[in-house]
Design a protein. Structure first.
Lengths: 148, 460
């Protein structure tokens, strides 16, 4: 009989521990998700940007994405937002950014580029601000087209 | 937005129903309850996932649309003209007789409590899943591959490597991306938000698979509690599973496969065995699925042999065919796609180097740390360790099969780090907790079965 009681005690302890851990984790998850987590992959501002790019750059035409290479999430977010249009990432922080832009543009025949933040000065692209910056939220976006 | 979430969720469950009807055609049976529907759904989806590569080669960019049309046609034909070729065999535990079940539940308050606990966890999971966007892998791997499938209409090599668009994730099996892409087909455009309900379907599948597995080992109340324990594990209920990672589906399919293997220990098997098709379907979710296939199949064979049940070649050979075909499809696809695995060295070459073995103590230390992580697993893995010893000494053949499958699955998940090319600790820290999730339902099943057995054997 005592073995049965001991067993119930041990199992009860395990279940109670798991219940506490589960409730605590779920409460934390609810707080984080409702306070901080985005509810959509692309927010309204992003959707508007995509719409305006689509209006300028013909569909199916590839584009160069000029941004920081180590900002992987942003790069991939934009690549997927622009898909099925192909997009090639050019590292804006690299000293050879202008040359890289030129090389990729020539290799794949790409005439358009989207820069997150200020684009490299020494490129063959003509840049204009496409979307003004939102303080504390995102930098300005520049849309460039190859100088003819 | 809520309307879109609801619509996509309803559509996902309808599509799951279509796959279930396809699964019934393959298994040649009519499902009698939610447990059978769950198995049929996985079998149907697994079948079309394996067929996607051959269809991509033969049908070109009509492969995905063709799959959509053919699944609907097969489901419609089965509804109109299909007749059950055989009564559903099995333990009977998964049959769903509404009045009988309601009566049984009301007579057992413990079961009612377990179901209520599960329902609360499921409701919270659904709300959080609707509320949040996709996580890293959910977005950049699985949904992205679905996006590619939708726009390309077939499996392709993707954009040029210079884009860095998808990389090694192209090697991964297509089950989840196919389901997500097919969900977008009736919509006519790909929307990342529409991919989330796929994981609610697999959440229900996980509940059903866990209940079915434990019910085969012990009583219904224990099975209901086991299900509640699984869904309250933080490793299952939170974080990446809400973000559309593929680990929850893997856990669901592994539990379902283990359950059907338990049935198959005492039954005749053949080409239309659910166990054979579920084992094969493991390979269509993640690359780890191939390892789980070998583990479950090996222990199933060993257990069946030790049980003294004969296994003639006329039964075994047809039962091996689905797994062989699925493996062939996977290997052919990977050799066609020609994307190297960036994460791991070739196994046989690595086994010859001393540095591989030098990693063992560090791997053991890192993995043990995650196994003992109370914030993710409570006391599940220490409890599994204790239950393992008990089941080894006193368990039934079926219990030993589940326990050994779980033990070796966890062992294999740990051993893969012997071959990693990445820095060891970040690799373990970023993936091991998710790998453990695959085996968690089997671990809970082992613990609950051990408890039930001790309880039965100790004097009241």
């Amino acid at each position: 009989m005592w073995t049965r009681r001991a067993l119930h005690l041990v199992v009860g302890g395990c279940l109670a521990t798991n219940a506490v851990v589960g409730v605590r984790a779920l409460r934390h998850e609810i707080v984080v998700d409702f306070r901080y987590a985005p509810s959509r992959m692309f927010d309204a501002a992003h959707v508007e940007m995509i719409r305006r790019i689509d209006a300028v750059v013909p569909p199916e035409v590839p584009i160069l994405l000029v941004c920081r290479e180590d900002d992987i999430w942003l790069n991939r977010l934009w690549q997927r937002a622009l898909y099925p249009r192909m997009s090639f990432v050019v590292n804006v922080e690299h000293p050879s950014a202008g040359k890289d832009l030129h090389a990729l543009s020539k290799k794949f025949g790409i005439g358009y580029a989207l820069a997150v933040g200020r684009p490299p000065a020494n490129s063959e692209f003509v840049w204009q601000i496409a979307f003004p910056p939102l303080p504390g939220y995102r930098p300005a976006y520049w849309l460039g087209s190859l100088r003819r | 937005m809520m309307g879109a979430r609801l619509t996509s969720t309803v559509l996902a469950f309808l599509l799951a129903g279509v796959f279930a009807l396809n699964g019934e055609v393959i298994l040649g049976r009519r499902s009698l309850g939610i447990g059978h529907w769950n198995v049929a759904f996985i079998v149907g989806l697994g079948f079309w996932s394996a067929l996607l590569f051959p269809l991509s080669l033969t049908m070109g960019n009509l492969a995905v649309d063709g799959t959509f049309g053919m699944t609907l046609a097969a489901a419609a034909a089965w509804l109109l003209w299909g007749r059950p070729g055989r009564a559903e065999p099995g333990s009977g535990s998964m049959r769903f007789h509404y009045k009988e079940w309601v009566g049984a539940i009301l007579r057992r308050p413990a079961m009612l409590a377990a179901i209520a606990l599960t329902a609360v966890a499921a409701a919270v999971f659904a709300i959080l899943s609707w509320r949040t966007a996709l996580g890293w892998d959910g977005f950049e791997i699985w949904a992205t591959r679905a996006q590619m499938l939708f726009y390309e209409g077939r499996l392709t090599h993707g954009p040029p490597p210079e884009t860095g668009f998808i990389g090694r994730a192209l090697r991964y099996p297509p089950m989840i991306p196919l389901f997500e892409a097919l969900l977008a087909t009736p919509l006519g455009r790909f929307d990342f938000e529409w991919t989330k309900p796929v994981f609610l379907v697999f959440y229900v599948s996980l509940l059903t698979s866990t209940f079915g597995l434990v019910r085969r080992l012990t009583d219904g109340t224990s099975a209901a509690f086991a299900t509640a324990i699984v869904v309250w594990l933080p490793g299952i209920a939170t974080q990446w599973n809400l973000g559309g990672y593929c680990d929850l589906p893997m856990a669901a399919v592994l539990a379902a496969a283990a359950g059907e293997c338990v049935d198959a220990l005492t039954q005749k098997i053949g080409f239309r065995s659910a166990a054979a098709w579920l084992l094969a379907s493991l390979t269509m979710l993640k690359l780890e699925g191939e390892i789980y296939l070998y583990i479950l199949a090996s222990f199933w064979l060993l257990t069946r042999r030790l049980s003294g049940r004969k296994l003639p070649g006329s039964e075994l050979v047809p039962a091996v065919l689905p797994a062989a075909a699925f493996l062939l499809a996977g290997v052919s696809y990977r050799s066609w796609i020609r994307v190297p695995s960036a994460g791991f060295s070739p196994v046989f070459g690595s086994l010859l180097t001393a540095s591989t073995y030098g990693r063992v103590p560090e791997i053991l230390r890192l993995c043990a740390r995650w196994l003992g992580d109370m914030n993710l697993w409570g006391v599940l893995w220490p409890a599994f360790g204790a239950a393992t010893l008990f089941i080894l000494l006193r368990g039934s053949m079926a219990e030993r099969f589940v326990m050994l499958s779980c033990l070796f699955a966890v062992g294999a998940d740990s051993a893969v780090f012997l071959f990693t090319r990445w820095t060891l600790q970040p690799h373990v820290d970023s993936s091991y907790q998710r790998l453990l999730e695959h085996s968690a339902p089997l671990a809970v099943a082992t613990c609950v079965a051990a408890f039930a057995r001790v309880r039965r054997s100790s004097p009241a």
